[in-house]
Ligand binder design. Sequence first.
Ligand code: HEC
Length: 135
Amino acid sequence: MPTAIPACSRPLRQPAWFVLRLAPVLLLGLLLSACGEAEAPAAGRLDAARQRPADPALAQVYASSCQLCHANPASGAPLAGDAKAWAPRLAQGADTLLDHSINGYQGMPPMGQCMQCSEEQFLALISFMSGHSFQ
Ligand code: HEC
């Protein structure tokens, strides 16, 4: 009879042990979901941050130059994929946009931090960010 008690208590103890082992995982899950909620209002930023040119070479140029500002609302730059922000700028025409990219324009630094970029690359980058094709 006394041997039945430990045999019975073992299956009871095991679930408790698993809950203890799961506790850090559950806690991490809670922390992560809390972070997710905190970032929810920045959804616009996340959308711009996810945009990448389809061409891998252009994507690399973009990631090391334009993206620093054009995926960051705090920079004041028109964001990649934000058609509304680009519309009045596109209305100036490709020549002006190219001129402002190369020579700078207010908060936009000359060459947009891509000193080796060609005119074609600037146009391709503007085309990607604005969603407008210049061809
Ligand atoms: C250091 C931040 C920064 C970087 C890097 C940057 N830009 Fe900009 N860009 C801006 C800001 C800020 C504006 C908005 C300027 C304004 O209208 O006051 C802007 C505006 C522009 C415009 C619109 C100009 C106009 O006439 O309305 C174009 C085109 C542009 N950027 C292209 C680029 C390209 C292409 C790259 C990458 C090669 C790039 N930018 C990198 C900050 C940046």
